[in-house]
Design a binder for this molecule. Sequence first.
Ligand SMILES: *Cc1c(COP(=O)(O)O)cnc(C)c1O
Length: 398
Amino acid sequence: MAIRKPKQPDIAEVPAPVTSPDIVEAEAGGLLSIDLAAIVANWRTLAQMTMPIDCAAVVKSDAYGCGIEPVASSLMTAGATTFFVADLSEARRLRALSHDITIYVLNGVLPNTAPAFADANARPVINSLTELAEWDAFVTSAEWHGGAALHVDTGINRLGVTPEDAVALAPRIKGEHHGGIKLLMSHLACAETPEHPLNDKQVRLFREVRLHYRGIPSSLANSSGIFLGPSAHCDLVRPGAALYGINPTPGKTNPMQPVVGLQGRIVQVRHVDRGDAVGYGAAWTAAGPSRIAVVAIGYGDGYARAASAGPDKPAAQAIVGGQLCPLVGRVSMDLLAIDVTATPEGVARRGATATLIGGEIDVDRLAGWTGTIGYEVLTRLGRRYHRVWTSGSEGNQG
Ligand SMILES: *Cc1c(COP(=O)(O)O)cnc(C)c1O
């Protein structure tokens, strides 16, 4: 069984998480804050729920857009020792932070990449028999003992060997020379919908496979999977989204702390009259005299163009002067427009900011307005923002 070790990993060189160096605050169209203390608090919440088993951290896609180095460093300091990334380049960025952590690469072994896993001391997640054969050949010839995970597909039909193949392989894998499988894992397709029958089916199927792998730790649950209860916990849980404040229990109160805040800079405030159109396609027309704040964030920053109003849907909103205000017209590449008529004169002004994520607008709410999920909102966060990694709530105001 994997028991969480309280020891502090040896962190080689923790980059002081402060700000993005090359994008100056005063010049930036968008100000992004990432609350590292909230990420750590969220990890601790999940670790407590799954005590005494191991709680890993999924930091793929640049830690869901939050920055792999500052996020992973904070989690290591809090005691996290197992991390999951998508590919080798992410694994190398993690390895540069610490020699002591265990790193799993979810997308597995691409052709001729096995030696690179040894170089980075990263463990591939073996997703097919072909990968297993290639890994086996490498492990045998290089006498590499760094280990790997075996992924079993129990119903998502994405990656992993079949349960039948996993069972057939078990005697060989438990013998000495077989890729050094250190973890048996599977992935849930519908964990955020607890009543979905596939959850039960996957839990039961995975349990059957695990019976053949006694002595090898197993892992099934992502963030939402943790909330399905102990039957999905196994020996190691793999939360990603919940660490970053995404609600792992959609439709219920979010048990996680918010992590990301996004402020957009107001470039100018325009007065328009009844009948005046705003933005490309003249898609919005003022019904009366209005004040429009033009903000220096657009879809080029990953703020979805789908935030614009559509034929059957209202536009997304922003918070200006403590008040929810609707976006008007189409989101363009570098700009968007907000109707601030309802705010007191002078609140929306050149240089001030509008909150696009923060306060009442959490990541899931913005995702709902733009027809997507919080995961996509976070992983698309743009590269032009002035980023600040905070270790308290000061950066995350509404
Ligand atoms: C991304 C991923 C996770 C983390 O999922 P969340 O829903 O973000 O918690 C866990 N396991 C696998 C295999 C993944 O691809």
